[in-house]
Structure formats: C-alpha cells, structure tokens
Design a protein around this ligand. Structure first.
Ligand code: ATP
Ligand code: MG
Length: 234
C-alpha cells in the first residue's frame, strides 16, 4: 500500500473529531472518502498532510512511518494536498500561482518549466490567461489552477478536499475525467467528498460518519447498492 492509516485519532483542543479512522490507498488507485458535513473529512486531510498532529494511531506513506514528519517534508516526499477552498492567491497571476507548486518540491521556476508546459497542456484554458490575476478566473478555472499547482510539485499521492465545491456538475465531470487521465499517468488520488457522484469515478470508497469508518467497498459495489445517499449521507 502507498498510504496506510491505522486507528487515527485527532481533533481540536479537547474535541476528538476522528475516532480511530483507518484506510489504505494502493498505488494507482482513486480512493474516495465520502461523508456528510462536519464528519471530519477536512480534519482527516489536515492530519494526513501533517498540519494537525495525530493524537494516536499511525500514518505510513511509501513504506515509512510519518510520525511527526512536518507538512513540508511530507509534501517533498510526494504526499500533497489540494486544500478545501483551493488555496489560490487571488492577487497573484496564474503563472505565479502555478510556480508556487514548485516550492513544495524544492525546485526553481527554471527547473519547473517542463512541468508548467505539461500542466498547460492539460489545462489549455489556463495557458491563455497566464499573466492574469487568479481573481479573474471562473470557479472551474480556479479549481484547474489549484490542480495544476499541485501537479507542479509532481505528487505521488494527491489528496483533494471537495473538488466539486461550488462547481456546476458539468465542470466537475470534466475535472474528474482529467483526474482519471492523471491516474493512468501514474498519480494516485485520495478524494474527500460529500457528493456521492464521486463514486462513479473512484475505484474504492470509504464512508465516514461522525468521525468513524462506517463502510468501505469497491465504488461500483456501493453504487449498485443504490441507497447509499439515503442511508449514510442524510
Ligand atoms: N479549527 C477547529 N477548531 C475546533 N473545531 C473544529 C475546527 N475545525 C473543525 N472543527 C470541528 O471538527 C468537526 C469536523 O470538521 P471538518 O471540517 O473536519 O468536517 P468536514 O467533514 O470537512 O465538513 P465539511 O463537509 O463541512 O467540509 C466539526 O464538528 C467541526 O466543527
Ligand atoms: Mg471539509
């Protein structure tokens, strides 16, 4: 397994949010964590990226126990996160935002030129707007920019917190098609969502509720079981 999380417990102050959450992601998979508002999805992302310390349990990535490894070192190891709300710097240009992705990988803009060219091939809409401030982009384009910036750091495992947030279904489908292509090119994905529609693009899904694992299976199996949204998400 590329990522293994075992009995992870964490929270804020005295509030325990994750109650012994376990999951695993194999190389080349798209794995979804599905759960309603406030269930601890973002908290899980924070714990995996290292900004929130684990209280107990283990996280191992690419064969090493991450323990207290700080976020920038995790990113340099290839464990990267696309944060909730995208984390785009609105006043910086599209190009400057993309190049920020190189910082995590400790490479210079010159060293990253080929990566930028590749990202712009994947997202031609961005190449026409390289010098424009990120604030001038549509919501879908901003999500492309966030994805593009993450790709600049050549992630092994890319964690995405609510790719679909605030976007029209058509745009979400386009982005998921791109994610499948990237997966075929060797990137592994852990996608956290509250919309059950991600089951259509992911290989396996963990359903979380109130900070606990409640169910996991192949996404196709969960889709066939039908009443997932009814029983777990509302
Ligand atoms: N910084 C914080 N301080 C204290 N409590 C927090 C903090 N962030 C989140 N929480 C609490 O932790 C719980 C889980 O929140 P979290 O943001 O992880 O959920 P989520 O599944 O990502 O929800 P959403 O779908 O709304 O993004 C909630 O009860 C929330 O109020
Ligand atoms: Mg969240």
């Amino acid at each position: 397994m590329l990522l293994t999380v075992e009995r992870l417990q964490t929270g804020y102050g005295r509030l325990e949010v994750l109650h012994e959450v376990s999951l695993a992601v194999d190389r080349g998979e798209i794995v979804t964590v599905l759960g309603p508002n406030g269930t601890g999805k973002t908290t899980l992302m924070r714990a995996l990226s290292g900004v929130l310390p684990a209280w107990s349990g283990t996280v191992s990535f690419d064969g090493r126990d991450l323990g207290r490894t700080p976020p920038e070192q995790r990113a340099a190891l290839g464990l990267c996160q696309l944060p909730e709300g995208r984390g785009i710097f609105q006043t910086l240009s599209v190009r400057e935002n993309l190049d920020l992705g190189l910082v995590a990988a400790r490479r210079s803009p010159v060293q990253g030129r080929a990566d930028r060219d590749r990202v712009l091939e994947i997202f031609p809409e961005l190449s026409a707007r390289l010098a424009a401030p990120a604030a001038s982009l549509s919501g879908g384009q901003q999500q492309m920019l966030a994805l593009g910036r993450a790709l600049m750091s050549r992630p092994t495992l890319l964690m995405i917190d609510e790719l679909s947030f605030g976007l029209a279904p058509r745009i979400v489908s386009e982005l998921f098609a791109i994610i499948r292509d990237l997966r075929d090119d060797g990137v592994t994905f852990l996608v956290v969502e509250q919309q059950a529609s991600v089951l259509e693009v992911s290989d396996r899904t963990y359903v979380m509720r109130d900070g606990r694992n409640v169910l996991d299976d192949d996404s196709a199996v969960l889709l066939r079981s039908g009443d997932l949204a009814g029983s777990y998400l509302r």
